[in-house]
Design a binder for this molecule. Structure first.
Ligand code: C5P
Length: 222
């Protein structure tokens, strides 16, 4: 469907949460279902692109038309997989909810309780995948996501600039939208414009997002 500019283009999509292991049975994760990212990957394939899907730990079937799926667990693994797959790609769409922090070290054995004493976990910051891509000289057209609970436009535009993105898709989480839901509503921002995509199911929304990416890609790279 849609603009022929995406036919044959290499598009990498990341989706889902990351899990940061604490010990062999525990981890730090988040509530991303991966459904928005999987819908975006499917829509990109329907637009004729060669799509690589880098998926965090989700139990979703691979959408039709996906050329390659790489399953990862942690932010570090996602960073490595995306860096490898996005080298030479035309567009990277970072819809994964990448964990910001990971435990400093992963315990080899299950942590034990200690008579009511507090337990402190030391966390180290994960590298920002989008920011590290945009720091490279030749990099794909970069699309990020911003899930916010307040001040959506201010935070989204700040991320657009700070991470050096071409476009950001922002949504307010909560009120039955966003994580773990069938519907979503997003507003797309780029340097000198924006487009509001009102509430609909994630498949329809993904197609509208891909249409807008095609038109912006054409404007700046075409
Ligand atoms: O800063 P925040 O995590 O809200 O930004 C969200 C966007 O940044 C998403 O597109 C996400 O995939 C990306 N991100 C990333 N690497 C991280 C954290 C977030 O690429 N370590």
């Amino acid at each position: 469907f849609g603009d022929p500019v995406l036919r044959g283009k290499n598009i990498v999509v990341s989706a889902g949460p990351t899990y940061e292991d604490i010990d062999p049975v525990r981890f730090i994760g988040n509530r991303s279902s991966g459904r928005m990212g999987f819908a975006v990957a499917e829509a990109a394939a329907q637009a004729g692109a060669h799509v690589t899907l880098v998926a965090g730990p989700v139990s979703l079937p691979t959408p039709a038309g996906i050329v390659r799926r790489i399953d990862v667990r942690s932010a570090a693994q996602m960073h490595a997989a995306v860096t490898e797959a996005a080298g030479g790609a035309d567009i990277y769409i970072g819809s994964a909810a990448v964990g910001d922090y990971r435990p400093n070290s992963v315990a080899a054995h299950k942590l034990k309780k200690h008579d009511g004493a507090d337990l402190t976990l030391q966390l180290a910051e994960n590298p920002d995948i989008l920011a590290s891509l945009s720091a490279q000289k030749a990099h794909p057209f970069l699309v990020g996501f911003a899930a916010e609970t307040q001040n959506v436009e201010i935070y989204a535009r700040d991320k657009l600039q700070r991470k050096g993105l071409d476009m950001i898709a922002a949504n307010q989480v909560g009120e039955g939208l966003g994580f773990e839901t069938a519907d979503n509503a997003i507003t797309l921002y780029w340097a000198d414009g924006s487009l509001a995509l009102p509430r609909t199911d994630k498949a329809a929304l993904a197609r509208q997002l891909i249409e807008c990416i095609a038109s912006r890609y054409k404007a700046v790279r075409g």
